[in-house]
Ligand binder design. Structure first.
Ligand code: VG1
Ligand code: CO
Length: 541
């Protein structure tokens, strides 16, 4: 075994401003590619000599091989200690928890989240800070800068770590600690939620379906729902993490979690249905015959979180991403809570949580979480819902109906137009931005534009600003649409169109119907068809 330094050349590693690197798996498997990025990451954070890092991923193809490479490189770069999930597995929230509680200097999470896995699908890697949260832009930009100048990387060759056995070993002078990926996380959940009350509700007859989509949450959900809370074996389906996610697209939305949706909309639906994504940070909540939109889920949690023991003192404040609906704002107003708006991406919530301003955050993209970690957390959201159901004795449809009666209903939907040619998508955004100042007063059917802008965020904690975070067009009366390009795709561009309108009387409309005039206005103003040739979205959530 020997430590070697290998000459390399700059490469196009990561778009500045994105919180990690996502590429096709075969790109990561290319010669020096992963190594280059890991070295750029180490250099970008000021080196890893003497540091402790958490390493783990969602189990997708290449997860184990990449983990070995990262460990060999951490050792060669002088890291003191690595804490690794057994078999290189860690859900994103569980990794965040270990980073926070094990006195570490951060961690490396291997995942492309909800993107499909397999040798011909996606792979990803990102760095999380000592607070457990995704690296902020200053750090990801420093990593990007380093990819432009890198000339050498360091690695131990000729040895590897037994990732399957829990215990302590060493690699080229670095201590390697293989830990149970699930145990500490289960303890954390037990400290936040009323497990006895949830267990009683389950033994009293509530049936649950948790679809882990062959991704990372299977072992977590089984340990919690089946072992700790007494739900019958088989409650968790697709519960074994597979390198290709069994061919599933582990994105917990009505389109990709269609098996769960069919069951929940059927005659013999269980009392509660839920799903999580590739790396375990997203969630979808469904009741019998009742899909809960993520924006509504956030609002319901804001209104009821105090029922869970970990939140008995109430919330410090709430935050949502800009495209997320204002349903949570209405709850915050009623409860007298501060409500923050941030750009898309969990990294923007970190400062607000670290500063003690908010304890609940959420995004319309099936992400909800709290300051128990610094990532969104799918299993946490599921337990929060179960805790609310146990405390109120209400079903999901009852909770939703009561919520809308009390707060009104923000009808909401997101339309995704996928795999658009990048040049066409960029042209669409450029033209739209150029037209913004002239939009006020324009009428589209029953709607008149009140104002339009390109969202710039000012972080009130560190004073930093982030520009061009999404174009928003607000109509008189408050209906609005938002449009932005995805930063997480790996082929072409994805255009995301977010649609919202508030109703305080008609609470039982079908969302697409309630939003019809906003949808028509958005198409007309953006010119989606003339720019892209598309008339209908690929995915509706
Ligand atoms: C998407 C979502 C965003 C989320 C991000 C990461 O980003 O819209 O809300 O934070 O994925 O989620 P984009 O740029 O494609 O719209 V995950 O589950 O990757 O950690
Ligand atoms: Co995810």
């Amino acid at each position: 075994m020997s430590k070697v330094s290998i000459a390399t050349t700059p490469f196009e590693g990561q778009k500045p401003g994105t919180s990690g690197l996502r590429k096709k798996c075969r790109v990561f498997m290319g010669e020096h590619y992963l190594e280059n990025f890991v070295q750029a990451m180490f250099d970008g954070i000021g080196g890893v000599a003497g540091k402790t890092l958490v390493v783990g991923g969602d189990g997708r193809f290449h997860n184990d091989v990449a983990t070995q490479t990262i460990l060999s490189m951490a050792a060669a770069n002088g890291a003191a200690r690595a804490i690794v999930g057994q078999n290189a597995l860690l859900s994103t929230p569980a990794a965040s928890h270990l980073i926070r509680t094990m006195q570490t200097d951060g961690g490396i999470i291997l995942s492309a989240s909800h993107n499909p896995g397999g040798i011909d699908e996606d792979f990803g890697i990102k760095f999380n800070m000592p607070n457990g949260g995704p690296a902020p832009e200053a750090v990801t930009n420093a990593i990007f800068e380093r990819t432009q100048t890198i000339d050498t990387y360091h690695i131990w060759q000729g040895d590897s770590v037994d990732l399957s056995t829990i215990g302590v070993s060493s690699l080229g002078g670095m201590t390697v600690e293989i830990v149970d990926p699930v145990a500490a996380y289960v303890d954390l959940m037990q400290s936040l939620f009323d497990f006895p009350a949830i267990a009683k509700m389950i033994s009293g007859g509530l049936s649950i379906r948790f679809d882990a989509m062959c991704a990372i949450t299977g072992p977590y959900a089984r340990a919690i729902l089946e072992d700790a809370l007494g739900a019958p074996k088989g409650t968790v389906t697709h519960g074994t993490p597979l390198p290709d996610f069994g061919g599933m697209h582990p994105d917990p939305n009505p389109t990709w979690a269609h098996e769960l949706m069919d069951e929940m909309m059927g005659a013999d639906a269980p009392g509660f249905g839920c799903a999580s994504d590739g790396d375990g940070d997203r969630n979808m909540i469904v009741g019998p015959g009742c899909y809960v939109s993520p924006s509504d889920s956030l609002a319901v949690i804001a209104a009821n979180a105090h029922m869970a023991p970990g939140y008995a003192d109430g919330l410090k404040g709430v935050a949502r991403s800009m495209p997320t609906s204002a349903a949570v704002d209405r709850v915050a107003e009623a409860l007298g809570l501060d409500c923050y708006e941030t750009p898309t991406g969990w990294k923007f919530f970190g400062n607000l949580m670290d500063d003690g301003r908010v304890s609940l955050c959420g995004e319309e993209s099936f992400g909800t979480g709290s300051d128990h970690v610094r990532e969104k957390d799918g299993v946490w959201a599921v337990l929060m819902w179960l805790n609310i159901m146990a405390a109120t004795g209400k079903s999901v449809p009852q909770i939703m109906a009561d919520h809308w009666t009390r707060f009104g209903r923000n009808y909401y939907s997101r339309h995704d137009f996928e795999a658009i040619e990048t040049a066409k998508a960029d042209a669409l955004m450029t033209e739209l931005r150029g037209a913004l100042s002239g939009l006020a007063g324009r009428s589209e059917g029953p709607l008149t534009v009140a104002h339009a802008d390109d969202y710039t965020y000012l972080d009130r904690v560190d004073g930093s600003t982030s520009a061009q975070q999404g174009v928003r067009v607000v109509f008189e009366g408050g209906a609005r649409f938002v449009v932005r390009l995805s930063g997480t795709g790996t082929s072409g561009a994805t255009l995301r169109l977010y649609l919202e309108t508030l109703e305080t009387n008609k609470l039982d409309l079908e969302p697409q119907e309630a939003l019809a005039s906003v949808i028509a206005a958005a198409h007309s103003i953006i010119g989606i068809e003339s720019h892209t040739g598309r008339t209908a979205p690929d995915v509706i959530t």
